[in-house]
Design a protein around this ligand. Structure first.
Ligand code: ADP
Length: 308
């Protein structure tokens, strides 16, 4: 850890014993625990804005799994975790360390989430939805990849739009064929950050990467951190300005952007309004610690949303 140069860290989503140990050794000043994963962060954002979301996932019947189910429920996200399966698997965890310049390093133990299978997908809820949102980490195990492909097929057969995110440049580096398979015959909307876009397309310029990504998705949003984002709507490209803020933790910024953008689309907002809402939500998120908004920050997001 010292090699990473992390002297003052902030951690989210860890189990209690390791948590105390690491907290001491990292001399972290703040810690938080939250349910997560890229898709969970996004659907929580969508629910916080007033949208209806269902999250299919896989956790164990352990303390972290129980926490995960109740945390999602209290965030307003429906899920299939009413009766946790006695599957002897350990719930996945991710240790997120945040440096004073608001950047983050993650250490992930996938646990039983990598065993997500087709039967873990709630196909009824899916057929009733406007969008299926697939996170990029689904490509990291054969079972989860197959589950994602089945969910995509089911969505397309039922007239549900398909959105996905590349989620992580390392996923792109190590699982490119699986991502290409997921994007085969296209998706409706693809989210990625600049690093993921460049890695996936093997380009050094975001505009060139965008041109290539247009072959895989009808619409593409590339987020550019504090420089905002670009969104190709299928016809023209929109520049989305970042919200001018002082960032303390950028963990979950892309997830928040995607969740708020999708919320706007499901409400029939113009692309400009979707971009403005997503930018405000993600900008707001990075001014506080952790991958999601709490309390007063949710009220501020709703107030912005209602005023605009
Ligand atoms: P990811 O979290 O996937 O790496 P980005 O870092 O590109 O994604 O950030 C996603 C969005 O979050 C940006 O498009 C922007 O709206 C917002 N954002 C991120 N960092 C900042 C920042 N320092 N200041 C303002 N907004 C930011």
């Amino acid at each position: 850890l010292s090699r990473l140069g992390v002297e003052k860290g902030v951690m989210t989503l860890v189990d209690e014993e390791r948590h105390d140990y690491l907290l001491t050794h990292l001399q972290g000043s703040i810690h938080q625990r939250a349910s997560g994963g890229s898709a969970a962060n996004s659907v929580i954002a969508l629910a916080q804005l007033g949208g209806k979301a269902f999250h299919s996932c896989k956790v164990g019947k352990d303390e972290a799994g129980v926490f995960y189910a109740s945390d999602l429920n209290s965030a307003g996200v429906d899920n299939g975790l009413h009766e946790l399966e006695d599957n002897h698997g350990t719930t996945g965890k991710c240790l997120v360390m945040v440096t004073p310049d608001a950047d983050r390093t993650m250490n992930t133990f996938l646990g039983i989430s990598s065993e997500l299978k087709e039967q873990d997908i709630h196909f009824d809820a899916l057929a009733d939805s406007k969008y299926l949102y697939l996170e990029g980490y689904l490509v990291s195990s054969p079972e989860a990849h197959q589950a994602a492909l089945s969910a995509k097929k089911h969505a397309q057969e039922n007239g549900v739009k398909v959105a996905t995110t590349l989620s992580d440049p390392n996923m792109v580096r190590f699982f490119k064929p699986q991502i290409e398979k997921l994007l085969e015959d296209g998706v409706d909307l693809l989210f990625c950050n600049a690093d993921e876009a460049l890695e996936f397309t093997d380009q050094s310029d975001v505009n060139e990467a965008l041109e290539i990504l247009k072959q895989s998705a009808k619409q593409v949003a590339i987020t550019l951190g504090k420089k905002g984002a670009v969104f190709f709507d299928g016809d023209k490209t929109h520049i989305i300005e970042a919200h001018p803020v002082k960032a303390v933790d950028t963990n979950g910024a892309g997830d928040m952007f995607a969740g708020a953008f999708l919320y706007g689309l499901t409400q029939g907002y113009s692309y400009a309004d979707c971009g403005q809402l997503a930018s405000f939500a993600a900008g707001h998120l990075v001014t506080q610690f952790g991958p999601r908004l709490y309390g007063k920050a949710i009220d501020e997001l709703k107030a912005f949303h209602q005023q605009n």
